[in-house]
Write a protein that binds this ligand. Sequence first.
Ligand code: AMP
Length: 420
Amino acid sequence: MITKPKGCIDITGDDSLLWEYVNDVVNTMMRTYNYEYIRTPIFEASELFHRSVGETSDIVKKETYDFKDKADRSLTLRPEGTAGVIRSFIENKCYHLPDIKKYYYNGTMYRYERPQNGRLREFTQFGVEVLGSNDPIIDAEVISLQYKILESLHIENLQVNINSLGDEESRQNYKEALVKYLEPHLDLLCDDCKERFKTNPLRILDCKTDATNEILKKAPKTIDYLNEESRKRFETVLKYLDILEIDYEVNPKIVRGLDYYDHTVFEIVSLDHNDTQQSVLGGGGRYNKLIKELDGPDSYGIGFACGLDRIIAILKTMDLYKDIKRQIEVYVMYVSEEEKLHAIDIVQNLRLNGVIVETDTLNKGLKGQFKEADRLQAKLLIILNNEDLKKGLVNVKDNATKEEEKVDISEIVEYIIGNL
Ligand code: AMP
């Protein structure tokens, strides 16, 4: 038997119903906030991720799925969504439009990680990228959009952990202070962090291995190294979040794993599920240098990515979603070929009017069809028989009360819609 690759999941049955529901909520919210759906390829030139996510990041160093195609091109399955969106924005010269671009995506990402609870090799993220504006109102909008999507799924006790890395100058000042602080304690850090110290010391702050290390707990904080302009900018973002009534905590430990962030960085957690690293539902930040680094114009950007697999895992523990089951509204029953011709017509008419309908396609007898209607939890049954059909009538039975009524076949759609 062939099995699915390690770290991947099949989404089927009642789970897939939950996925459909969450996707509907996400899509509706994105449209309300005026975000445009963007779909970019699942694989891109490897160089794109090396230049955006960064050579020294864990993702690029250890976790990408790289392969050569038949023409010897180096390609990589996307480990995250931002790089592809920016590539598309630059390649299609969307920056010539005078407006800001507000994109959203929803798709699978690939990282060769050690599979565990909440950590897969193929997983799904939805996210946004807003390109072209540096106004703090956008930082607040992006954070609030992510928060409100999770809130509208009824996930409780949400909190935004927010921090600022500041502009280039602030970041540089901070990096120097951090290096000076860490240098005497290097032997107490994990091997990866010793390496990060040379390549990208900021990364040490969100190392999973050293998370509980006292040395890191006492490390200098980025917000203490912000220059005046960056500090003011951060305060404005927080002020806007207050107006939006978003619950946040300034958390100096948030630096985010990727090379490209500056200014605002954030993560969102549910405090009810706050015991592990896996409780981070999503995060993001501003990346005002990335577009230029990828050969685009000197423009601004900010985005977030949210893990759908983790969100679904939380929803499945909630009472609210326990009863979510695949159900139909109407089951149409028949036996003879003559009755079947009417069934085909009625089923189609109801479906075109938005009613969820099923009928027999396995030549079952009436008994078997009653059973199937129960299994599918149909609310109403339409039972066809030749005698009534000759008089232009069909029987409709309420599957809960078992009450039955004869309805004129020409009025069946209106009757069903009125009685669901
Ligand atoms: P990141 O792109 O690493 O900032 O991740 C953003 C969000 O995507 C995380 O908060 C998770 O919810 C989700 N995520 C990241 N990596 C994985 C993974 N390997 N498996 C499942 N979800 C993930």
